[in-house]
Design a protein around this ligand. Structure first.
Ligand code: PEP
Ligand code: MG
Length: 324
């Protein structure tokens, strides 16, 4: 698909009919390489804080975390940086914090771990807030949310962190807070979640895994793992509609956003922002610059009418060649 022209990488991610899509990057390490893209992106849509935690020998302390986060926030300021609180468990283990379970993807993961260890979450939130002082481009994202109670508990810890820092003479502003939509149960609680947070971020990787009951890393069932499965597309389309009705800024930060066909579908569904690994940016930008929003909407309607994942794939491939 689509010849990518170098010079167009400096042009806006705007469709031929004038619709802008915000392209953001996912980060973990190596902030320098990605920071050079600053003029071409809308910010960092997902900073996976567990990535730097994986290469240390113990939980990094508050000072060390503050330095890490400051580096991210400074490199991209004034653009927003969405920092996700620690998302360990599942496939992501820290050598110094082993989790042994029969079903790790259904177990102690993400917010479930950090709410059970508020001391870990508090250090992280304090470090994020301190790092954001004077920059104010921090946004906080909560992973693996299943219940609103988890959001309320995390918010209470955030309030406490802000209060504590204020008392210590470090006044900080309250950042915008969002939740990952990646556990299917959240799709049925959007109103309640919207009353509590400022934005949504769709984790299409886990949402696909949990909707289809297919381990995202198991090669034996890799054929079944497909973000273009009709059920996933239908869930995403509905979600985009609900988010719009609720007036909630909603981005997608899973792999689907970094795939040109996936990105066009997401744009057609009405998502505001797409966050992806930096190497995916050129092809996604090229796709957006070639396909009118109206055509992307038609593409969504066409694919939603198909019954099987293979049909969707074939149809997308065919339509995309037409836009070359
Ligand atoms: C996702 O689940 O889609 C996501 C972006 O988060 P991660 O891949 O880190 O689980
Ligand atoms: Mg996830």
């Amino acid at each position: 698909l689509m010849e990518v022209l170098e010079h167009e990488q400096d042009l806006p991610s705007r469709t031929p009919d004038g619709h802008d899509v915000s392209l953001m990057v996912n980060t973990g390490l190596a902030v320098d390489a990605v920071a050079s893209l600053k003029s071409r992106i809308g910010g960092v849509g997902l900073y996976r804080t567990e990535v730097p935690f994986m290469i240390t020998e113990r939980f990094p302390g508050e000072q060390e975390q503050t330095r890490l986060y400051r580096d991210q926030l400074e490199s991209f300021a004034p653009l927003p940086v969405v920092m996700r609180t620690l998302d360990i468990g599942g496939d992501k283990d820290l050598p110094y914090f082993p989790i042994e379970e029969a079903n790790p993807f259904l177990g102690w993961r993400g917010i479930r771990v950090t709410l059970d260890h508020p001391e870990v979450l508090m250090v992280q939130l304090r470090a994020m807030l301190r790092a954001s002082q004077g920059l104010d481009n921090l946004q906080v994202l909560l992973p693996m949310i299943t219940n609103v109670d988890e959001v309320d508990d995390a918010m209470r810890l955030l309030d406490r962190a802000i209060l504590e820092l204020g008392e210590e003479g470090v006044p900080v502003n309250r950042p915008r807070v969002g939740v990952m939509l990646e556990v299917p149960a959240t799709l049925y609680q959007l109103d309640a979640l919207a009353r509590r947070v400022d934005f949504f971020s769709v984790g299409s990787n886990d949402l696909t895994q949990y909707l289809l009951a297919v381990d995202r890393n198991n090669p034996r069932v890799a054929d079944l793992y497909d973000a273009c499965h009709p059920a996933v597309l239908s869930a995403m389309a509905r979600l985009a509609e609900d988010a719009r009705r609720l007036d909630m800024p909603t981005s997608v930060c899973g792999e689907m956003a970094g795939d040109p066909a996936g990105a066009l579908l997401l744009m057609g569904m009405g998502f505001d922002a797409l966050s992806m690994n930096a190497p995916s940016l050129p092809r996604v930008r090229a796709a957006i610059r070639r396909v009118p929003l109206e055509s992307a909407c038609e593409l969504v309607a066409e694919t939603l009418a198909l019954d099987a994942p293979g049909e969707v794939r074939r149809h997308l491939a065919e339509r995309l060649t037409g836009w070359d």
